[in-house]
Design a protein around this ligand. Structure first.
Ligand SMILES: *[C@@H]1O[C@H](CO)[C@@H](O)[C@H](O)[C@H]1NC(C)=O
Ligand SMILES: *[C@@H]1O[C@H](CO)[C@@H](O)[C@H](O)[C@H]1NC(C)=O
Ligand SMILES: *[C@@H]1O[C@H](CO)[C@@H](O)[C@H](O)[C@H]1NC(C)=O
Ligand SMILES: *[C@@H]1O[C@H](CO)[C@@H](O)[C@H](O)[C@H]1NC(C)=O
Ligand SMILES: *[C@@H]1O[C@H](CO)[C@@H](O)[C@H](O)[C@H]1NC(C)=O
Ligand SMILES: *[C@@H]1O[C@H](CO)[C@@H](O)[C@H](O)[C@H]1NC(C)=O
Ligand SMILES: *[C@@H]1O[C@H](CO)[C@@H](O)[C@H](O)[C@H]1NC(C)=O
Ligand SMILES: *[C@@H]1O[C@H](CO)[C@@H](O)[C@H](O)[C@H]1NC(C)=O
Length: 469
C-alpha cells in the first residue's frame, strides 16, 4: 500500500489481421464493457509472512566459490542471452571489506548436447555496496556478481550450460534454457508469465508454484522485487516501514533479503529467462545519494544491446513481440524515449500483487473517501512526474473520478500472476491466475484483438502494462 506510484512497462506487438475465436472468451472487440469491481474475498485477508532466514529455500547451499543465485535473462534478440550468478559470501555489519571481483572469473560453458558443452563465453564480475553513513546502521557488501553474455545462439533451441570458475574447480551443475523463437510475425513464445510486487513471502512461493505449473517460456517481473526495504539493517522487518520505523535517518534496507530471493528463485529462473524492470521498492537510497544499486547490479539487462543508456529502461524481442520495459524512475521525454505510440489505442493491464508482505491494495481512488490529497502523491525519485487534476472529461478540475471509468473494464485484488499468449499477428490472450484457485484454473481472461480497420498502416498494437507501487 502506501503511496500510489505507478510505473509503466510498454509492450508492443507486431500485428496485422483478425478472424473468429472461441466465443466463450470475451474479446476487446466486444468492448467497451460495463465496468466491474470484484469485491475482495475477505476470507483471504491474512498476513503475507516473509520466509525467515532459517527457511532452507533461502539459505546458502554452495561451498567456497561455487555459483549460486543462477539466472538467465534475454538479450535483445533470440541469438543471445545473459547468464548471471553470485560467488562468495556477502558481508553485513561494521567495517566490512568488499571482495575483489577479479579473484573469481566468469565463465559459461554451453552447448546443445547436455554432456558436450563445447562453447565457452567469458564475462565480467562486480561487487556492490549498500552503505549507510549513520551511527548504528550496518553496511553491506555483496558476493561477487557475474554476468556473461552468450552469443550466436540458434532460435527455439535448448542449450545446456554450466557457469563458474573452472580454474578454482568451482563450476555449477548443468542447467538448461530454451532460446526465444526467431523474430517475426509467425513465431511467438507460447506463454509469458507476468508478475509484479513479488516479495518473498509464503504467498510469493504460492505464486511461483502456480507460475511453474503454467510452464512459461519467459517471465517478466514488472517492478518490486524483494522488499528488502521493509527491513532495518539489523534484519528487523515490518509490513509497513514508515508506520513502524518512522524515525530512521534514512530508509534502511536489509540486503541479505536479495540473496534469499536469488536463492529461492534459482529453480525457476535458471531455466526460464526473467526480465526485470524497477519499481519503488528498488530505490534503496544509500550513501552519496545512490539508488537502485542492488537492482542495477544483480540483474543483467539488454540495455546496451537495445540502445538504452540505463538499466532503468530497455527493449528486447521475444519472437514477433517487441517488449519495451519502461521503468518509471527515469526521465523519459521525447529526447530520451522517442517512440511513436500507436494511434489504435493501447490496452492497459495493471498487474498487481505477487504476494509481498505489504498490505494488498484494495481501495480505488474513485471510491468515496479514497481520493488522495494531490500534494501527497508526487515521488521525488520520479523525474518529471507531476500530479495534476484532470483537464477534460467528467472529472475535469478534480483529482479523481467519482466512479469507475468506462475505460476500466475489470478490477479485482488478488495475489497471482498473468499469462500472455500471443497467438498470431492480431490476437493475444491475457489470463490472470489467482493463488486461491486450483493450479491452472483461470481467473479472468480476455483476447486482446487488433482492429485492422482502425489501424490501417503497418501498425503496431501497443499495450501498456502498469503496476502500482
Ligand atoms: C489468430 O488467433 C486467433 C485465436 O487463436 C484465431 O481465432 C484466429 O483465427 C487467428 N487469426 C489468424 C489470421 O491466424
Ligand atoms: C496468503 O497466504 C496465507 C497463508 O500463508 C493465506 O491465509 C492467505 O489467504 C493468502 N493471501 C491471499 C490473498 O491469497
Ligand atoms: C558504512 O559506510 C559509510 C560510508 O563509507 C561509513 O561512513 C560508515 O561509517 C560505515 N558504517 C559502518 C558501521 O561501518
Ligand atoms: C533492530 O533495531 C531496532 C531499532 O533500533 C530495534 O528495535 C530492534 O530490536 C533491533 N533488532 C535486533 C535484532 O537487534
Ligand atoms: C539525489 O538523486 C536524485 C535522483 O537521482 C536527485 O533528484 C536529487 O537531486 C539528488 N539529491 C542530491 C542532494 O544530490
Ligand atoms: C529531456 O530529458 C533529458 C534527460 O533528462 C534532458 O536533458 C532534457 O532537457 C529534457 N528535455 C525536455 C524538453 O524536457
Ligand atoms: C521523435 O521522432 C519523431 C518521428 O520519428 C521525429 O519527427 C521527432 O523529431 C523526434 N523527436 C526528437 C526530440 O528526437
Ligand atoms: C484539484 O482537485 C481538488 C479536488 O479533487 C481541488 O481541491 C483542487 O483545488 C484542484 N486543483 C486545481 C488546481 O484545480
Amino acid at each position: 500500500m502506501q503511496k500510489q506510484k505507478p510505473f509503466i512497462t510498454v509492450l508492443t506487438l507486431i500485428t496485422v489481421l483478425f478472424s473468429v475465436v472461441d466465443p466463450k472468451i470475451p474479446t476487446t472487440l466486444e468492448g467497451p464493457f460495463k465496468p466491474v469491481t470484484v469485491p475482495f474475498d475477505v476470507s483471504l485477508r491474512g498476513h503475507a509472512v516473509d520466509l525467515p532466514d532459517t527457511d532452507p529455500r533461502v539459505q546458502r547451499r554452495v561451498k567456497g566459490y561455487e555459483p549460486e543465485q543462477i539466472s538467465v535473462s534475454l538479450s535483445s534478440s533470440y541469438d543471445s542471452v545473459w547468464i548471471s550468478w553470485i560467488t562468495g559470501e556477502y558481508q553485513i555489519g561494521f567495517n566490512i571489506t568488499p571482495l575483489n571481483p577479479e579473484t573469481v572469473s566468469s565463465v559459461v560453458r554451453y552447448g546443445t548436447i547436455e554432456h558436450v558443452l563445447s562453447h565457452e563465453a567469458k564475462g565480467c564480475s562486480l561487487v556492490y555496496n549498500q552503505l549507510y553513513p549513520f551511527e548504528g546502521l550496518q553496511n553491506y557488501t555483496s558476493g561477487i556478481i557475474h554476468h556473461v553474455r552468450l552469443t550466436g545462439l540458434k532460435p527455439s533451441t535448448v542449450y545446456y550450460y554450466r557457469c563458474g570458475d573452472p580454474s578454482l574447480q568451482a563450476m555449477s551443475g548443468i542447467f538448461h534454457f530454451k532460446t526465444m523463437p526467431i523474430s517475426g510475425p509467425q513465431s511467438y513464445p507460447k506463454r509469458i508469465a507476468i508478475v509484479g510486487d513479488l516479495g518473498l513471502t509464503y504467498n510469493t512461493t504460492a505464486t511461483i508454484d502456480h507460475v511453474i505449473s503454467n510452464k512459461p517460456d519467459l517471465m517478466l517481473l514488472i517492478g518490486d522485487v524483494t522488499y528488502a526495504n521493509l527491513y532495518l539493517t539489523n534484519g528487523t522487518g515490518a509490513d509497513c516501514y514508515s508506520c513502524t520505523f518512522s524515525d530512521t535517518p534514512i530508509h534502511e534496507t536489509y540486503q541479505p533479503r536479495w540473496d534469499y530471493w536469488g536463492r529461492f528463485m534459482q529453480d525457476l529462473v535458471s531455466k526460464v529467462p526473467i526480465m526485470v524492470v524497477e519499481g519503488n521498492h528498488e530505490i534503496e537510497l544509500q550513501a552519496e545519494n545512490q539508488s537502485f544499486v542492488a537492482y542495477s547490479s544483480r540483474f543483467a539487462f539488454p540495455s546496451k544491446e537495445s540502445g538504452s543508456s540505463s538499466t532503468m529502461y530497455y527493449s528486447f524481442n521475444a519472437g514477433g513481440i517487441h517488449f519495451i520495459m519502461l521503468g518509471a524512475y527515469i526521465g523519459y521525454n521525447k529526447t530520451v524515449y522517442n517512440y511513436t505510440l500507436d494511434p489504435c489505442g493501447p490496452v492497459h493491464i495493471t498487474v498487481g500483487d505477487g504476494g509481498n508482505r505489504e498490505k494488498m491494495a484494495i481501495p480505488h481512488a474513485d471510491e468515496p473517501g479514497e481520493c488522495p490529497e494531490p500534494l501527497s502523491t508526487p515521488d521525488s525519485h520520479m523525474p518529471g512526474f507531476c500530479a495534476r487534476n484532470f483537464t477534460s472529461g467528467p472529472a475535469a478540475g478534480k483529482f479523481c473520478w467519482d466512479w469507475q471509468p468506462e475505460y476500466s473494464a475489470l478490477r479485482e485484488s488478488s495475489f497471482g500472476h498473468g499469462i500472455l499468449e500471443v497467438k498470431n499477428e492480431t490476437w493475444a490472450l491475457w489470463t490472470w491466475h489467482k493463488n486461491q484457485d486450483p493450479y491452472k484454473e483461470i481467473g479472468d481472461q480476455i483476447y486482446i484483438v487488433r482492429t485492422p480497420e482502425s489501424c490501417p498502416v503497418h501498425p503496431k498494437v501497443t499495450k501498456l502494462w502498469s503496476a502500482t507501487r
